[in-house]
Structure formats: C-alpha cells, structure tokens
Design a protein around this ligand. Structure first.
Ligand code: KG4
Ligand code: ZN
Length: 333
C-alpha cells in the first residue's frame, strides 16, 4: 500500500511517500529563513509559506518516489495539534487530492506521527511501548499499548522542552531555532560547570516543568554580567542541556520500570538532541530497556511519520470524512 503523507502543522512543509514500511521519499521545505528575523515561528507567515511550497512539495515527493499521483492508495495529513492556518493548508490540499483521486483521507495526530517514526525506523518493533515525546510544543510520557491507542502518564505543566531550548538560545543571542544551536555549543562546554535546578526530579508524578530552570539560567547569566564576571556560553549551554536531559532520562526510565515496559521510544524534534540520544541509550543499556531513537530526519517534523501513522489507521479500517476540520488543540488520548 502506498500512502502520501502531508505535514504542515508548524514551520516545515513536509511531504513523503511511504510504501508499507519503506520510505520512498521524504522531502521537507523548511521555513527557517523566513522566521529567523523574528526569533520564532510567525503563524501567518508559516501558512503563506506552506501555500507556496505544498504543491511543488507533493510533485517532488511523488517524482522522487518514482510514482504518479494515481499510484497513491490513501492520503494522510496532520489534522492537529498545530497552528490552525498552517494545518488548514495541508488539510485542504489532502482533501482535494482524496476527492480528485477517489482515495481515503486519513487525518493524523501529529504526536502519534512522532511515535510512529520509531516503527518506521525499526519495522520489526511491536507495541506496547513507552514513549517520551519531546518537541517544540509538547513534552510528555505516554504509553502506547497498541497502534493508535495512547495513555498519557505525564506532561509539562508549563513550557515544552523545545520551547525551553529555543527561549534560552534566544536569550543567549543564538539564532532560531535554538535547540540545535544549544546542542552544538554544548559540545564545547562542561555540563557539570553550573548546577542548574532539576525541576520535579524527585516528584512522584511523571510531569515536567521547565519554567524554574529557564528562570535560573537567565538569572545566572544576568548575575555574571552584572558582576562583571566572564563566563563561557558553552558551559551555560552544556549545563542547561544536562539539567533538562537528566530529568527526562530519569523520569522516562522510572516510568518504564514502574509500568513494566521493555521498549522505550524517544520521539519529537528534541529527540534530535545529541546529549539526550546518548544519555537515553546509555540508560536503556544500563537498565535493560530497548531504547529506540529514530534517525535525525525522522525526529524533527516530517511527512513519512504522518504517512506511517495514516497507514496503520487505514489498516484498522479507519478513514476521515472530507468535511473534517483541523483541530489546533487535538488531544492524543
Ligand atoms: O517536533 P518538532 O520538529 O516540531 C514540533 O512539533 O514542535 O520540534 C521542534 C523543536 C524546536 O523547539 C527545536 O529547537 C527542537 O525541536 N530541536 C532540538 C534539536 N533539534 C530540534 N532541541 C534540542 N536539540 C536539538 N538538536
Ligand atoms: Zn513535531
């Protein structure tokens, strides 16, 4: 079965062609340069950029997959959560294709797509899995007992992990998006040089909080500047990153132990973070878990994960009516 996957929930216009568990094409038109001068994603500009890029993206994705539109069996599209204008562009295009080609439309939850990227990476993988989803908009620990079913164990009570990376990077004068910049800078820094707070580490819940850490990092830098003390930004980046990663690794491992899971999936844009990847894999090995962290292109937003999630739902006999509306706050469970 060949599924076209369309993802336009935020600032990547992504289109992919997936055949069963094989990715035949996975193309992204990034909007970084458009949003960079503003230090973050400007929703209206994102919608307009999707509009300009999407038709070309679909043509390029089918060309790269060596197929015609007529070869597609279904079209999967992110229907939420995300920016409403951005979602509308992808959903409208997907509906038009489904109608014109007379094939099923499948609306996919963006976060489900992130988790499904692990199954694209490792086709032999089977649920149940425990997933840490860390992206620009979400930070949560969820259980997936079977494909398409989720139970949320914990989530952030304030900022998402990616948001915290982006805000600290912005304060440090690094360009948008800040996550990859902090990651890069941190490689030259000492993660033990500054002891930033590990929020909710000893808390029994599986929830996260980023705001205390964010405030602590900003206050520390301001104090150094006010006192005329020099500091190495790489040490700040490494210490901040270590504080976030510590809590994420420790809570995820504890959740897997307490809930009796064997497989842990790390998904979402922040799963591209080199320190999180390294520490989660090491912690998995140490504690006897199979930790699956998808390759970098499958961690950040992409169309293949949406096609993969859509294919699962289609195989379950599900499809989405053509009058379905995107939902910017669509819940996972
Ligand atoms: O999943 P994603 O591509 O989009 C959303 O669904 O939000 O995640 C984007 C987020 C951004 O906040 C970005 O800074 C962060 O993922 N990110 C990273 C890294 N690469 C992307 N954060 C830390 N380290 C990275 N290497
Ligand atoms: Zn995402």
């Amino acid at each position: 079965m060949i599924v076209l996957g369309i993802e336009t929930s935020c600032d990547e216009t992504a289109v992919a062609v997936v055949e069963d568990d094989l990715i035949r094409s996975n193309l992204i038109t990034a909007q970084i340069e458009i949003h960079r001068p503003f230090g973050g994603v400007v929703p209206e500009l994102a919608s307009r950029a999707h509009l300009r890029a999407l038709n070309r993206g679909i043509a390029q994705a089918t060309d790269a997959a060596l197929i015609n539109l007529r070869d597609i069996d279904a079209v999967a599209v992110t229907i939420g959560p995300g920016l409403i204008g951005a979602l509308l562009v992808g959903v409208s295009a997907a509906k038009a294709l489904a109608l014109a080609l007379d094939i099923p439309l499948i609306g996919v939850n963006h976060l489900e797509g992130h988790v499904e990227s692990a199954f694209l990476e490792r086709p032999e993988l089977e649920p149940p899995v425990l997933a840490l989803i860390v992206s620009g908009g979400h930070t949560m620990i969820v259980e997936m007992p079977e494909h398409g079913r989720f139970q949320i164990l914990g989530s952030t009570i304030d900022d998402a992990a990616g948001e915290a990376f982006d805000k600290i990077a912005r304060f440090m004068g690094l360009p948008f998006p800040g996550g990859p910049e902090i990651d890069r800078l941190a490689r030259d820094g000492n993660p033990k040089s500054i002891r930033f707070p590990r929020a909710m580490l000893d808390d029994e819940s599986y929830d996260f909080s980023m705001s205390g850490l964010k405030t602590a990092v900003i206050r520390w830098m301001r104090e150094q500047q006010a006192g005329g003390h020099d500091f190495d930004p790489a040490d700040v980046a490494a210490s901040f990153q270590e504080a976030i990663v510590d809590v994420q690794v420790s809570k995820t491992i504890r959740a897997a132990q307490e809930r009796g899971h064997r497989t842990i999936v790390v998904a979402g844009g922040v799963a591209a973070n080199s320190r999180l990847r390294e520490r989660m894999s090491a912690a998995g090995e140490e504690n006897g878990f199979d930790v699956v962290v998808p390759s970098l292109q499958l961690c950040t937003d992409n169309g293949a994960m949406i096609a993969a999630a859509g294919m699962r739902r289609l195989a379950n006999g599900e499809s989405t009516p053509l009058d379905a509306a995107p939902n910017p706050n669509l819940a996972l469970a």
